[in-house]
Ligand binder design. Structure first.
Ligand code: URA
Length: 238
């Protein structure tokens, strides 16, 4: 990790906004290797320098990784004029976090959040075919013929047919419950695949991505850090 400015170091770690931390530094509330430093542009080597704010050690995390349970009504973006964005739910001052991929505004479920662009890029690359599993409630009886059609790959109106997807019927009736596993991530893909077999998705939730399952203890709108094990699973997709 390269050197970074002291004010950025502290702001990234949530001590305050960039202007707030500059004021803390000038007041003498910050030490670097036990010496008070009053210059916000002092260069810090995160691996070796010891930075303290109000006598408490502040360690630098270059990357942060969260599992977010996206609620309906939230957009998979970092800014939006009309809707809440994922960042409205994450209690951090870090400015560089973003969602890994997109879920529709009305879709719930697993959405990783990070500032690690390389990992995000790998997880979203169409060439990697990272598996994503969704639970859905669908209006109408989902049949074995639908399961076969999903397995063959469906024409959903794009230049290329959707790749084969594994559809499992959990219950079939006026409203059927299913899970479906995709290896690509096209716009409205699950909804469009069901439209192609004449059915409507009435509820959609992503329950896993790249082998990492949504933690059911997380209520919609809440989040936690990814565990090392979960992160290792995501990195395996790189
Ligand atoms: N497929 C959809 O139709 N919507 C999503 O949000 C994700 C997959």
């Amino acid at each position: 990790m390269g050197d970074i400015r002291l004010d950025k170091y502290l702001a990234d770690m949530g001590i305050g906004s960039r202007s707030e931390v500059k004021a803390f530094i000038r007041k003498g509330a910050v030490t670097v290797n036990e010496n008070v430093v009053r210059s916000p542009d002092c260069k810090i080597a995160p691996e070796s320098d010891e930075v303290c704010y109000n006598h408490k050690r502040v360690n630098y995390l270059k990357y942060e990784y969260y599992m977010f349970h996206k609620p309906s009504g939230c957009v998979s973006a970092t800014v939006d004029q009309r809707h809440k964005t994922v960042l409205d739910y994450i209690d951090t001052r870090r400015k560089d976090l973003f969602p890994v991929g997109r879920l529709d505004c009305d879709t719930e479920g697993l959405l990783p959040i990070t500032n690690d662009g390389e990992l995000a890029h790998a997880l979203l690359s169409p060439r990697r075919h990272v598996k994503k599993t969704y639970y859905a409630r669908v209006r109408g009886v989902v049949t074995d013929a639908d399961v076969e059609a999903f397995l063959r790959g469906l024409d959903i109106g794009d230049e290329k047919a959707a790749l084969p997807a594994e559809l499992t019927v959990l219950s079939s009736g006026d409203i059927s419950e299913i899970t479906v596993t995709l290896t690509e991530g096209r716009y409205h893909q699950v909804k469009r695949m069901f439209e192609a077999v004449g059915k409507d998705v009435v509820y959609l939730k992503r329950i896993s991505m790249g082998g990492v399952c949504l933690d059911e203890a997380l209520r919609p709108g809440s989040y936690r850090r990814l565990t090392e094990e979960e992160l290792a699973k995501l990195r395996k997709q790189e």
